[in-house]
Design a protein around this ligand. Structure first.
Ligand SMILES: *Cc1c(COP(=O)(O)O)cnc(C)c1O
Length: 569
């Protein structure tokens, strides 16, 4: 049952993936987790937002790793009823000349002060649809370009139809979270043109769409930007919409670029960290690209033990995360105790899942994210003797890894195998554990339970990265290359340490030298030589970065810098 009042929502947030629960496989990685955190922050702050996405009945996938690290996959079966309320309504989207019917499921986020944000997951698995159509809301990032384009039409055009069916006809701002949902813009144009043909839209009619749309771009990596040949566009969309797309001034090589579509129809465009805003501006010189740095939903990503400590020492931190700065006045022992509970929980879970018993007194380094090649999961294993020397001379180490490779990404799968190889080669000196099935639950245990968070993407390809922010909330400092959010979060020896210099492009040799030397001469000696000194770094990591890189702060910046309706300033 739908209980919302019509027109009770002013902002609509569209995202191809939304992560709200670890066991609800409607997300694959950082983008979806960020979308869920954004919507949770909106609920906390009482922002009248509604979220739109697709339901994926087979979800992303389950990851299996054999003893050599070969990844295989299986479908993720789940019951939406466990988390979502079915909505008794139908909307239609025309795809390839047929009316595809959609229903929706609702997840109601309740914010800290009781305000709510509904999130709708569109579902095509209805008896009225053909077999092929029913499968369209099956897999996240599965299928061929035709399947993808049809999914993107469902989220963009179906989402717009759903908002209308719910009576949300006075949305002031549509936020396109990445290009996947940008077909929404041509839907808005088609609705707004006087003579019914969007291909004949006037400049004012285009401007009217622009006034209502805000766009966020999330990656400089080319594979993250969908492009569809016009033949495919004509095959999927109705003729007037296809003709509109072909007539847009950025159309090149007979190809629809979803990022350009989003940029063209938005009044405001942002990257996800200051550095990424600069990179994106250089990629799209014809547009004005700014940045709003990502943040994470603090209450969701803080371990139970650290959250209990915050509740005792900083009672209002959940309603206003900025108060976390007051941790700077809390005794370091409180931070160390809360963290050692989180570490115990992590090591217990690793033991349960893998049978490997790690030592809680050993410095533990964590690395968990999608196994994309630019993230260079195996980089620290480039010189195993260097690692052996560090473990022998500075103090013992152990590594915990996690991350899924996309089923078709062979180089990423090879990366996982190389971590397994290093594990075997290092067996005499230190433990390396790769925990399968990285999801939000495991991610939280990892970010909060290790002693150091390692991040070494190839610059400048990390748009933001959010796992280091989750770690910071839990007092876990980062050792990271200066890419993504880290140039903003890095205070040497206070919030963590840098790998290499501030240049825009990576030089792996220099980065490795820097990585090994910081571990050997600075970080590991501090950890073993001065637990209180390390505790002070942990505390300032929370006070300086945990307090700032939150989804609440990000949402407030979107409110001020992006959502604000022109003319209302
Ligand atoms: C936070 C999170 C990510 C994003 O990590 P990055 O640091 O941005 O690579 C990916 N997957 C899961 C499950 C997460 O919780």
């Amino acid at each position: 049952m739908t209980t919302e009042k019509p027109n009770s929502r002013r902002l609509a947030y569209f995202s191809m993936e939304v992560g709200l629960e670890a066991a609800m496989p409607t997300y694959s990685g950082g983008l979806g987790v960020l979308a869920g955190d954004t919507l949770r922050a909106a609920a906390d702050l009482g922002v009248p937002m509604v979220g739109i996405s697709l339901l994926y009945k087979q979800g992303f996938f389950r990851q299996h790793l054999d003893i050599e690290g070969y990844q295989s996959e299986s479908a993720y079966t789940w019951d939406p009823r466990q988390f979502l309320e079915p909505q008794d309504l139908r909307v239609t989207v025309r795809l390839s000349g047929r009316e595809v019917r959609l229903t929706a499921w609702r997840y109601l986020i309740e914010g800290i002060t009781g305000a709510t944000v509904p999130v709708y997951f569109l579902d095509a698995d209805l008896p009225e649809n053909s077999f092929e159509e029913r499968a369209l809301t099956g897999q996240l990032y599965g299928g061929d370009p035709l399947y993808r384009l049809r999914q993107e039409a469902l989220v963009g055009l179906g989402g717009l139809a759903l908002l209308q069916a719910l009576g949300h006809t006075e949305i002031e701002t549509y936020h396109l979270n990445e290009g996947h949902c940008a077909l929404l813009t041509v839907g808005l144009l088609a609705d707004g043109v006087a003579d019914g043909d969007p291909a004949k839209a006037t400049e004012e009619e285009i401007e009217a769409v622009r006034r209502r749309c805000v766009f966020t771009t999330h990656t400089p990596v080319s594979a993250g930007h969908d492009r569809f040949h016009f033949d495919l566009v004509r095959q999927v969309l109705d003729e007037p919409l296809a003709r509109t797309i072909e007539s847009l001034p950025f159309a090149a090589d007979e190809t629809l670029n979803m990022t350009y579509l989003g940029l063209f129809f938005s009044r405001n465009a942002n990257g996800v960290a200051r550095r990424h805003g600069e990179v994106a501006q250089a990629m799209y010189p014809g547009y004005d690209v700014k940045s709003i740095t990502n943040g994470v939903h603090a209450a969701s990503w803080t371990s139970p033990s650290m959250a209990a400590m915050f509740d005792r020492e900083i009672p209002d931190w959940r309603t206003d995360n900025a108060y976390l700065r007051q941790v700077l006045d809390v005794q370091t022992d409180h931070v160390l105790e809360a963290h050692s509970d989180a570490k115990r929980d992590l090591l217990g879970e690793i033991m349960r899942r893998t049978g490997v018993k790690l030592d809680p007194s050993v410095m533990t380094i964590g690395f968990a994210r999608r196994a994309a090649t630019y993230k260079r999961a195996d980089m620290i294993f480039s010189d195993l003797d260097a690692l052996r020397t560090i473990a022998r001379e500075a103090g013992p180490l152990q590594f915990v890894y996690a991350g899924k490779a996309h089923p078709h990404d062979e180089p990423a799968k090879a990366l996982i195998r190389r971590v397994f190889e290093a594990r075997d080669q290092l067996r005499d000196t230190l433990h390396v554990v790769y925990v399968p099935e990285h999801d939000m639950a495991l991610g939280k245990l990892l970010c909060s339970g290790v002693d150091l968070w390692l991040n070494n993407p190839q610059k400048p390809l990390e748009a933001s990265g959010t796992s280091g922010m989750k770690a910071a909330l839990n007092g876990v400092p980062s050792l990271s290359v200066l890419d993504g959010w880290w140039p903003e979060g890095w205070v040497e020896g206070v919030t963590g340490w840098s790998i290499g210099n501030g240049e825009m492009e990576s030089n792996q040799e220099d980065e490795l030298a820097s990585l090994y030397s910081k571990l050997r001469y600075v970080i590991v000696p501090l950890f073993y030589g001065s637990p209180t000194g390390y505790g002070r770094v942990m505390r300032s990591t929370i006070g300086v970065n945990g307090a700032y890189f939150t989804a609440q702060r990000m949402m407030q910046q979107y409110m001020r810098n992006a959502y604000q309706v022109p003319g209302n300033k």
